[in-house]
Write a protein that binds this ligand. Structure first.
Ligand code: UGY
Ligand code: MN
Length: 248
């Protein structure tokens, strides 16, 4: 089936929308029975890379030169560090500090969001620590006092972490209260539902499975539409002086 050259995907100077019909799979070094859909990387000017890893049962990620966050969208994986193995089911996640040797091995066919970012050290601040958890046990808070927009911060609010990874859930009809423009960039995977995303000077219909990159100061706004809540996983660089990077 072809779409006569049409797609919702769009690449602009300060943002990218990738939709399911336009995704191309590749294998990254070290991957075993696993493929990657690379959504964004420094090739586009981003200070991080984000990909969806699609595992067969027993499949495995390769190593990374950076710190790594994984979030299980579907399926299950084991995160092995030394002799310890931790099982992550759907919505399970892990933060692995840069340089910590580990394995990520799927226990069944799985889809996992992977975010990797070179760590920016901070004088007199200890390195961040390994985290193994599940989104279900993280408490949420309302954004800008709007109970219909709930945020869960998956990483601790500590200066040792140079990035934030959050989930955001919008009830149908809920929206960001303002058009945001900020120094941080975002990588975003729509997990459930959909709505309209304003990026730059364009408004895009978006749905579960879409990926969005927003560059620094990309004007952004989202309104949830439809009969089910819209939910996304969102990354941003965080806790560092603007003159400190990121290294691109
Ligand atoms: O954390 C954020 O900047 C978030 N509110 N941005 C967004 O949802 N586009
Ligand atoms: Mn934002």
């Amino acid at each position: 089936m072809h779409n006569l050259g049409r797609t919702r995907s769009s690449q602009q100077a300060n943002h990218l929308l990738l939709t399911a019909d336009a995704l191309v799979r590749t294998t990254l070094p070290g991957m075993k029975t696993c493929s990657a859909i690379v959504h964004v990387s420094p090739a586009l000017g981003a200070g991080f890379t984000e990909y969806t890893a699609e595992f067969e049962a027993g499949g495995e990620l390769g190593s990374t030169p950076a710190q790594r966050v994984i979030f299980v969208i579907e399926g299950g994986v084991n995160v092995e560090v030394g002799s310890k193995s931790s099982k992550l089911d759907a919505r399970g996640y892990a933060f692995v500090p840069q340089g910590l040797r580990h394995r990520v091995v799927a226990t069944k066919a799985s889809r996992v969001a992977v975010i990797e970012k070179p760590y920016q050290t901070l004088d007199s601040v200890a390195s961040p620590h390994l985290i193994i958890s599940n989104e279900d046990v993280v408490s949420s808070h309302a954004l800008t006092d709007d109970p219909s927009l709930q945020v869960k911060c998956l990483l601790p609010d500590e200066m040792s972490f140079d990035c934030a990874v959050n989930t955001m859930v919008y009830q149908p009809g809920a929206s960001l209260s303002m058009v945001e423009m900020h120094v941080m960039e975002h990588g975003l995977i729509m997990l459930e539902g959909g709505g309209i995303y304003r990026l730059g000077d364009s408004w895009y219909p978006v749905t579960a499975g879409d990926f969005i990159w927003m560059g620094p100061w990309c004007p952004q706004w989202f309104g949830a539409m439809g009969k089910v809540p819209a939910k996304y996983l969102i990354y941003k660089d965080w806790n560092r002086h603007p003159l400190a990077g990121p290294q691109r």
